[in-house]
Write a protein that binds this ligand. Structure first.
Ligand code: GLU
Length: 303
């Protein structure tokens, strides 16, 4: 199969779908992003990298980062995490407060904001520096030392972070936070503000397609842990539209409101798409379209 020609076709056919979406507007730094940007990259297990469109341009990875935080916590702490966070789809918006109160401060899953705050809290306890641990991992796996926080996005996240602060304070009131709220939020806001390209993200995610083995051949996760992360991505990785994403794409995926989506092709590679215009759930419209076309054309889904 000519993968380069395939990605070029998919980019050309999918990019126009951005017109159906809207760029995230909850912070000015994201609202200013050009909605016509579109990139797609495929990193394969045999070390090849293909891309089309703006696939080498950095964007705000936002919640795509949560898949990596989950891996770093599970690698160090194993099953203990599941005392503090569930692994069921929430069916509610990613920043919902209502469910958290009903369920006594235990977030439904690690990918809604409350669950991601738990991941950061735990990684802070385990390493002393959640963001630093994540950055070192992403730089090593992507081979890009320039992976960094965008300070303008981070400042904007902090200035508009009242809802995340409410989630963190509520969990602290339930005894489900180990570190000071402000410290957890600071690491969360900066983590959401990491910028990476489709190429960087596709390479950084390869351990998920490779049963937990890192780029240097060392083991981050057991085979079983890598399976579990992929499972949670499939059921909870694309906000409260994970059912629709699974139906259309048939791959584990994690999206972010910057318009990025990372999708895992087990034993084959990792695809990353970026197009900033989102559907009402927070998933990139052209990004989902491109992944749908890719698995339809190649037959490379998990089903
Ligand atoms: N940074 C955003 C927030 O915490 C959301 C990140 C995302 O879902 O991509 O509200």
């Amino acid at each position: 199969m000519d993968l380069q020609a395939l990605l070029d076709d998919i980019a050309r056919e999918s990019a126009p779908y951005a017109a159906q979406g809207k760029v995230a507007s909850y912070i000015p730094a994201l609202a200013a992003v050009d909605p016509s940007r579109f990139g797609i990259a495929l990193a394969t297990m045999d070390g090849q990298l293909y891309g089309s469109g703006h696939w080498r341009e950095s964007f705000s990875i936002q919640s795509v980062s949560k898949a990596f935080s989950l891996a770093l916590v599970l690698a160090r702490d194993g099953e203990a995490l599941w005392q503090r966070v569930g692994r069921e789809p929430s069916g509610s918006p990613f920043n919902s407060l209502v469910q958290l109160e009903y369920e006594k401060g235990i977030p439904r899953n690690p990918f809604i904001n409350a669950g991601a705050l738990i991941l950061i809290d735990r990684l802070l306890s385990l390493t002393g520096d959640s963001l630093g641990t994540l950055l070192a991992f992403l730089r090593a796996e992507s081979g890009t030392p320039a992976v960094a926080v965008d300070p303008d996005v981070a400042a904007s996240e902090a200035a508009h972070g009242h809802r995340n602060a409410a989630l963190a304070h509520f969990m602290a009131s339930c005894g489900n936070l180990e570190n000071p709220v402000d410290l957890v939020l600071d690491h969360y806001f900066r983590q959401c503000s990491l910028t990476m390209s489709c190429a960087d993200l596709a390479k950084a995610g390869l351990f998920l397609a490779n049963h937990g083995l890192r780029a240097d051949g060392s083991r981050l996760l057991t085979r079983s842990e890598a399976k579990r992360i992929n499972s949670i991505m499939l059921t909870c990785g694309t906000y409260d539209a994970a059912g629709d994403f699974a139906y259309r794409v048939g791959l584990p995926g994690k999206s972010g409101v910057g318009g990025g989506i990372l999708a895992v092709l087990p034993e084959r590679g990792v695809l990353c798409v970026w197009s900033p215009a989102l559907d009402p759930h927070g998933n990139s419209v052209a990004g989902v379209e491109a992944l749908d076309r890719f698995t339809t054309r190649t037959g490379w889904s998990v089903f």
